[in-house]
Design a protein around this ligand. Structure first.
Ligand code: PAF
Length: 287
């Protein structure tokens, strides 16, 4: 496995793979790799001939009071995980390689969807995500990029950026990897104390209740949202941030379940803020 640091090195490596007719799979990460990342990497391994994992804790997507400084970092362990999973190259750049001091980079606009839900809770977050992802795509060149459905709003905005800007990248959404109680893998789970961890399954329980209601024929999103709110509300250590039903094609909240949609939820525990989502069954699928 190659370990590369320079921006030019990343471009050279992927260019040489393509020159040898290998398809390039890119797995963008902020490190602290867990089972969720492993499933993205396996997915990439299965579909692309050469796989590069990027590891960069992107300051641009953290707000002033957020956990940039304390965000978990363990490069040695991450490299071991990548080696074990058969990754071909890891790109672990210094900040100057991603954001060269004297060269302004494109800053794709997340638009109004970037201001809702995670964007409302974390102002500027999606602007920072799109900036770094655009840079990554630019350096990597034509590739398949593997992103988790766990961050559904990020996935929506990255896909839309690729479409709107005509970037030569195929976005491959990957299903959320979960612990046995349904908790979605996330680097921030490591922060949860034992009691918080025990209760953190409430997000998946809430989403599962919403999905069960939809499966039973409920089309009023308010009923699903109320059920999710009740589940989180009954969890002593959790504070509901938002629960909603959004349309897959616009990521806008909907009041009526008609086409493909998703239940989304965010809750704060004393030591970590968690998000999750689940695709909802809808009437058109049953017939
Ligand atoms: O999902 C993440 O880990 C990050 O937002 C990403 C896509 C690597 C950009 O920094």
């Amino acid at each position: 496995m190659e370990l590369i640091h320079g921006a030019d090195e990343l471009s050279r490596t992927t260019r040489s793979w393509r020159a040898d007719a290998f398809e390039v799979g890119l797995v963008p990460t902020m490190g602290s790799l867990h089972e969720g990342h492993a499933s993205l990497i396996r997915h990439a391994r299965d579909e692309a001939a050469r796989v590069v994992v990027s590891i960069f804790v992107n300051p641009a997507q953290f707000g002033p009071g957020e956990d940039l400084v304390t965000y978990p970092r363990d490069e040695a362990r991450d490299l071991e995980v990548c080696r074990r999973l058969g990754v071909d190259a890891v790109w672990a750049p210094a900040e100057e390689e991603v954001y060269p001091p004297d060269a302004p980079l494109p800053e794709p606009d997340p638009g109004p969807v970037g201001e809702t839900f995670e964007g409302a809770a974390r102002p500027g977050h999606f602007r920072g995500v799109l900036k770094v992802v655009h840079r990554l795509f630019d350096l990597t060149g034509p590739c398949r990029a593997y992103l988790g459905e766990k961050d559904a709003q990020q996935l929506f905005l990255v896909r839309r950026m690729v479409e709107q800007m005509g970037l030569p990248v195929t976005i491959v959404p990957c299903p959320t990897a979960r612990e046995p109680d349904g908790l979605a893998y996330s680097s921030r789970n490591a922060r949860l104390g034992a009691e918080e961890r025990e209760q953190a399954g409430c997000l998946f329980l809430a989403l599962s209740e919403a999905a069960a209601l939809a499966r039973a024929g409920e089309t009023d999103a308010a009923i699903l949202v109320a059920a999710m709110g009740r589940e989180i509300g009954a969890t002593p250590l959790a504070r509901l941030d938002y629960a909603a039903v959004v349309r897959d094609d616009t990521f806008e909240a909907t009041t009526l379940l008609r086409g493909p949609s998703r239940a989304i939820v965010a809750a704060s525990f004393p030591s970590a803020r968690l998000i999750d989502n689940l695709r909802l069954p809808h009437a058109a699928e049953e017939s």
